[in-house]
Design a protein around this ligand. Structure first.
Ligand code: ADP
Ligand code: MG
Length: 703
């Protein structure tokens, strides 16, 4: 969406409030009151057909009666009146519409919502909402909302899908001491969506961190792209991760893909830092808005108490940034700033005797050491030291050291004096937290930000040449027969068009042909039922492996057909597949779903019969880069099985990663056709020996 148009919507020079009211307590009154109280410098025009004056301002019966240019309109009239108001705004050449009114798609009136968007677009207007609280900005002294006041001033900006939460967060900014420049309620996102605001906030000089509360995205790919292009840290809390995977699914992948996993994957690919809950969103936002990214893994912790030091050490490991001992020379120098019984290993324990000077010396020295990438300073309130002085010591040390590219977070554990000291630290840009684990978690988010930025910068994997046309021919053939389920043979034709290493498979329609084809492929062979009506072939007694001679092939042919008929009398049988028998290997599963939000999405996990029991799988939105593919292999709990355990040699992860990339391009190219797919099992061999796709399944989208 056009940048200038969003400026006109979110920092307008003049504002009309359509539905303004002279009755205190009404939203139409509150919005006018808030605009005046926030110190907004532009003109405010209340619009109301009957009132003449509201809060000392002249009232106009219709926006078209305002004798001056109106850049944006806040709309609070009842839903059924909104279309006419927007029409009037259009004629008045208004640019931005802030539609507070509810009663649209969220309560079954998608039609009314579509109507207002249509009118807005006809006049080239941008529409925020409907069903929102409004928008607030400290730097513009603008409270165009019915939230009671501007948030605590700060450098983060928040976009939220929940209006009620915006009001709660607004108040909590003061009690939690986390400052925001802008709070934007985005509501139903009928027009302006989260991606638009990410891009706009990325250009906003008053925002250093973009904080998101997400219930459900509409266009997941637009969101990913907008975030990938942003230059500021973006942190998101996704609510509602439990309900999503409920939809009935025919494939393994479908039943394993839940919102938590798919959103988690999409965030990673978008370079978005996750927040585990609302508190965590606040904590991490504070650090991300005030501190630089952490460029390496070396975290140093300085403390005056062993207890908080141990808690921080535990937290560092738990959040994925385990502590290392400081180098010898750093330890030797730090020993000078502590008594004999202190510890200079890491955590650096200055002991309970440490006053502001010791903190000053240790912090100033440590932050300047090349080995140190980031620092957490802890302080336990003691009888002999003063929190305010310690805070000043830390602040001065950081200033005097003159090091700007390394993040620092702080935690003071104590009473009111500690709380007050932390407020002062936050004011000078040093994030401070009530508990050591929070300070560690916050600095970890700065490390995550750095890592994610590198991942996003990775270029897409070069992909094997593919033959999309051949794949589409197979699909067209299946569609002609009014089917959605492909047989293994058909699915493998498509896999082959994308360079996937399938086991060679041929279709036999008679016992004699079975023998002939088995000789052609070479013994031993595998034989399987080929029927679009039998999805899980083993369940139907439709798979026989390791058939070593013609007699066994003949016998298997008859048995498989009998079993299939007993299993499902009405099943349409194409014949029996004769297949190259792949040597034993580590069984993994590749799969895909067409996620409602993100579209074609890849799954990888340990395969075989336990896949649904262990649920040891991981996801990525397609396409998957080579780097992401390798990361997926490392993410599953069973990762050591691939890297080699107990004398087992490592598996061919390079080849597997390449197959993952190619598979992801297949599901992306054919995203308009394929609903779900999987390759289970894929047999993975020792390094350099590649892999084989033994089974293939594709289910088409309903059209
Ligand atoms: P389904 O999943 O429909 O029951 P599969 O084709 O996956 O059927 O076959 C069942 C099992 O038989 C596989 O999990 C695998 O262990 C084994 N298998 C299938 N095809 C081959 C093959 N070509 N080479 C070796 N083993 C195979
Ligand atoms: Mg299978």
């Amino acid at each position: 969406m056009d940048h200038e148009l969003l400026n006109q919507l979110l920092k307008p020079k003049t504002i009309a409030v359509v539905g303004a009211s002279s009755v205190p307590g009404k939203i139409g009154y509150t919005v006018v009151d808030n605009l005046l109280k926030s110190g907004y410098s532009g003109e405010v025009y209340p619009i109301n057909p009957t009132a003449t004056e509201i809060l000392g301002l002249k009232v106009y019966p219709n926006i078209k009666d305002v004798p001056a240019y109106v850049e944006a309109a806040v709309i609070t009239v009842p839903a059924k009146a909104v279309p006419q108001v927007i029409e009037d705004c259009g004629q008045k050449k208004v640019k931005g519409l802030i539609v507070i009114t509810s009663g649209f798609a969220e309560s079954g009136r998608r039609d009314l919502e579509d109507q207002i968007v249509e009118i807005a677009h006809r006049y080239g207007m941008a529409l925020l909402g409907p069903n929102i609280v409004g928008t607030l900005s400290n730097s513009d002294k603008l409270n165009a909302s019915f939230a009671p006041f501007l948030p605590l001033n700060g450098k983060a900006s928040l976009v939220t899908q929940s209006g009620a939460l915006l009001i709660a967060i607004d108040a909590a900014t003061y009690t939690r001491n986390v400052g925001f420049d802008k709070l934007v309620s985005i509501g139903n996102m009928a027009d302006v969506n989260i991606a638009d605001l990410v891009t706009w906030l990325d250009d906003d000089p008053n925002t250093t961190c973009i904080s998101l509360y997400i219930e459900g995205l509409r266009d997941g790919r637009q969101f990913i792209e907008a975030c990938q292009h942003a230059h500021k840290p973006i942190i998101a809390l996704k609510a509602g991760v439990s309900a999503h995977g409920a939809a009935a699914a025919a494939s393994h992948t479908g039943s394993l893909a839940g919102a938590a996993k798919v959103y988690g994957a999409a965030f990673q690919q978008a370079g978005v830092i996750g927040a585990s809950d609302l508190s965590n969103l606040f904590d991490r936002t504070l650090a991300l808005s005030l501190q630089p990214p952490m460029k390496g893994d070396n975290l140093i912790i300085i403390t005056n108490g062993g207890g908080v030091g141990v808690l921080a050490t535990d937290a560092a490991e738990k959040f994925g940034l385990p502590l290392k001992f400081a180098p010898e020379e750093v330890q030797n120098e730090l020993k000078k700033y502590m008594p004999e019984f202190g510890s200079a290993k890491n955590p650096i324990d200055l002991t309970g005797q440490a006053g502001n000077e010791w903190y000053y010396d240790a912090v100033r020295y440590a932050i300047a050491q090349p080995w140190v990438d980031g620092m957490v300073v802890l302080y336990c309130e003691t009888a002999i030291t003063n929190p305010t002085e310690i805070a000043h010591g830390i602040e001065k040390a950081l200033k005097d050291a003159g090091i700007h590219g390394k993040p620092v977070t702080v935690s003071f554990v104590g009473g009111e004096k500690s709380v007050a000291a932390m407020s002062e630290l936050i004011k000078v840009g040093i994030p401070a937290y009530q508990a050591p684990d929070m300070a560690v978690n916050a600095i970890v988010s700065l490390r995550e930000y750095e890592n994610l930025s590198h991942m996003v910068a990775e270029s897409a994997a070069p992909c094997a040449p593919s033959n999309q046309a051949a794949a589409r021919e197979v699909i067209a053939r299946v569609r002609e027969q009014q089917r959605l389920t492909l047989t293994e043979i058909e699915a493998k034709e498509i896999f082959l068009a994308y360079g996937l290493p399938i086991t060679r498979t041929l279709l036999a329609k008679s016992e004699n042909e079975a023998v002939e084809l088995a000789q052609k492929i070479g013994f031993p062979v595998v034989m399987k039922i080929v029927s679009p009506d039998i999805l899980h072939k083993s369940d139907a007694g439709g798979v026989r492996v390791n058939l070593k001679d013609t007699a066994s092939v003949r016998e298997a042919y008859r048995t498989i057909l009998t079993n299939a008929k007993n299993y499902k009398a009405e099943a349409k049988i194409h014949g029996v597949a004769i297949q190259e028998m792949a040597p034993w290997g580590t069984e993994v599963i590749l799969g895909s779903v067409n996620d409602p939000t993100f579209g074609p999405t890849m799954m990888f996990g340990l395969g075989g019969i336990f896949v649904e029991v262990l649920k040891d799988v991981t996801f990525r939105v397609a396409p998957v880069t080579r780097g992401q593919a390798l990361r997926m292999l490392g993410e599953i709990r069973g990762a050591p099985i691939l890297s080699g355990v107990r004398g087992e040699s490592p598996r061919d992860r390079e080849a597997l990663a390449e197959v993952l990339c190619n598979y992801s391009h297949m599901i992306l190219d054919l995203g308009d056709e394929i609903a779900e797919s999987d390759a289970n099992p894929v047999l993975v061999y020792e390094e350099g020996r590649g892999l084989k796709v033994a089974d293939a399944r594709i289910i088409l989208k309903k059209k």
